[in-house]
Structures are given as C-alpha cells and as structure tokens.
Design a protein around this ligand. Structure first.
Ligand SMILES: [Zn+2]
Length: 232
C-alpha cells in the first residue's frame, strides 16, 4: 500500500501543474503492486494504467505512444523555429526535483542516474529535494516489473522492481526509467548502446548511459523549459 502516497502526490502534482497530460483516472488504475509475482517470465497485463516499462509488453503501449508524440512535437517545434529564424526566450535550465526516500535499496543507482543524466544533458537537471519533488522513486515487487508512470515531463513515479533488478543491471533500469520521466519513449528493438532499448537487448546489456542522440532529444524536449509541457 506504500504506493498510494506517491500516486496521490503524483495526482496532486499533475493537478497543480494545471496542464496534466495524464487523466486522473490513469493514476487510479495503476498496476496492482500487491499481485504476487508468480512467474519471473510473466508479461501479464494486470492493469490498464498508462506506463512505460523496462521490458516489452502491452502495458506500456498507450503511454509510449504519447511519449513518442510529445518527442515528435518537440522536434517539429525546434525545426520550425530554426526554419523561421524564431528566437524564443531561452529557458533557464529546468530543475526536476525528486524524492528517493521510498527506494532506499536503489540509493546508489539513483545517485548514479542523477550523475549520468546531469552529465549528458544541459537543458534539464535532476536534483534530490523531497520538499519540492515532482518525481518519486519507489521500490517493491510488481508483476509489471519496473516502470515509469507520469507525464514524461518531470512528474510522476519511477517504480523499481526487486526481481527485475536481480536479473538486469539495476543502474541501467533506473537510468532508463528516468529517461521516460525526461520524455523519451521505449525503443526495445534498438541496440544496447541505446539506454531506451531497456530490456530489449537482454540481461547482458549493462549500459546505463544515453547515447548522443538520446541526450540531444532530451535537450530538445526541455529546450523551452517546463512551460512548454506538450498539450494533451
Ligand atoms: Zn521503458
């Protein structure tokens, strides 16, 4: 039941943002984390919540499509501005504050993820500050494995699954799910050099760094700061 608090806060954060791209009903239909994880190979969909997970499955289809569209919008906007010579007011670097207090087992991986992303992108930075957090990390056991649920723009929940972290590189899992929070969709068929290929390349892939294309995409998404949160 520990999941209730972050999800409630997520709902509040999205409401407060005033530009929620995740309907309130989405948070209410979050994957049931109380489901016993009966099979390590299970990809059963136990909920219809919009999430993006570390492994391919039907579960993440809806949110992944939304993340793809958001990224395409950000790229199109940047292209149009370049073509038209538009100089929008450059946003200050956007800070995404996070709370890692509900994921103590992953403390070092979350710190490592912060360093990886902050060192890879320049338009958005991750800072741990529970009092201002919009992004929450939580650990536990879920039949859905690790996943991200949120708006893909700095708000939401990164859930880290114990079983999955015993099979796949934990740092890659955390960095990958955080990549969703920064706006990137899953691309499971891509190689290990891509962070967003997630579990696609298999457990032997331990790369936890976005490649230059992925980093550039995040910078494009955050080019105009949080004010340009894509419309629903
Ligand atoms: Zn994913």
């Amino acid at each position: 039941m520990a999941i209730r608090t972050p999800l409630a806060l997520l709902a509040a954060a999205l409401t407060f943002a005033g530009a929620a791209t995740v309907p309130a009903t989405t948070t209410a239909s979050a994957p049931d984390t109380n489901s016993p994880s009966t099979s390590p190979t299970s990809t059963a969909v136990t909920g219809s919540g919009a999430t993006s997970s570390y492994l391919p499955g039907d579960l993440d289809r809806e949110q992944n499509q939304r993340l793809k569209e958001q990224l395409a919008q950000a790229k199109a906007r940047a292209r149009a501005d370049r073509a038209n010579g538009v100089q929008r007011a450059p946003a200050a670097v956007t800070t995404v504050y996070y709370d890692a207090s509900e994921a103590p087992s992953f403390d070092s991986e979350i710190s490592g993820t912060q360093q990886i992303w902050n060192g890879s992108v320049s338009n958005v930075q991750l800072v741990e500050d529970p009092s201002r957090a919009t992004l929450y990390f939580e650990e536990g056991s879920s039949a859905n494995g690790s996943y991200y649920q949120g708006d893909g723009h700095g708000s939401g929940l990164v859930f880290l699954d114990y079983d999955q972290a015993n099979t796949y590189a934990p740092l890659r899992i955390v960095a990958h799910e955080t990549g969703h929070a920064l706006g990137l969709p899953d691309r499971y068929s891509q190689p290990c050099s891509k962070l967003m290929s997630g579990g696609g390349p298999g457990p032997s892939c331990t790369n936890a760094y976005p490649d230059s294309v992925e980093a550039s995409e995040v910078d494009t998404i955050w080019q105009y700061g949080v004010a340009h949160r894509p419309a629903a």
